[in-house]
Ligand binder design. Structure first.
Ligand SMILES: *[C@@H]1O[C@H](CO)[C@@H](O)[C@H](O)[C@H]1NC(C)=O
Length: 172
């Protein structure tokens, strides 16, 4: 696929065959901080790290995360996602941020996902960690362009927002 596109030399298609995203941090708890940096692939940077990023399938994604959580996330904390796929298909769910599995079904690709969240409580702590991962070689949408826009938020057990961010992503 990539080979044939390369032969046709259509740079616009090559750029689109992967994942692109930008994010806006709406709020972050006063006692906490976040910086997520990628070594390459991003066009801008702010207080929270790299932004306006684009990665091709199969490429290596490396960088570092430097984050500090100012207070424990106890049982009752939530992780919620409220996205619109392709502008009008709702993908909205809320899970326990800790102590349970999070299950949801991804519209369009009709993929059920079920993953374990960390144990409760998630203790107040700072982490600094480098990462280096390869993206899957094949598009999960089989090359079909899917856009996702909306909000992701984590709230503590008292219902106060720990982080809220808007994302704007394209997967192809
Ligand atoms: C929770 O998720 C893990 C994978 O992260 C899975 O192995 C396990 O079976 C799940 N548990 C339940 C009760 O669904």
């Amino acid at each position: 696929m990539k080979f044939s596109i390369g032969l046709l030399s259509l740079p616009a298609l090559i750029a689109a065959d992967g994942i692109q995203f930008s994010r806006t941090i709406n709020s972050l708890a006063d006692d906490s901080s976040l910086s997520l940096k990628f070594d390459s692939g991003c066009a801008s940077e702010d207080d929270y790290g790299s932004n306006d990023c684009s990665f091709a399938w199969g490429s290596e994604v490396s960088g570092s995360v430097d984050a500090n959580l100012g207070h424990d996330l106890a049982d009752g904390s939530t992780f919620s996602v409220d996205l619109k796929l392709d502008k009008f298909i709702s993908w909205s769910f809320s899970c326990a941020a800790c102590g349970a599995n999070c299950t949801t079904s991804v519209p369009i690709v009709n993929q059920d996902v079920n993953f374990a969240m960390p144990d409760c409580p998630i203790t107040a702590d700072g982490i600094t960690q480098a990462f280096d991962e390869a993206l899957p070689t094949d598009s999960p949408t089989k090359g079909v362009k899917v856009t996702a826009t909306g909000t992701i938020e984590v709230k503590d057990a008292a219902g106060d927002s720990v982080i809220s961010m808007d994302i704007d992503a394209t997967v192809q």
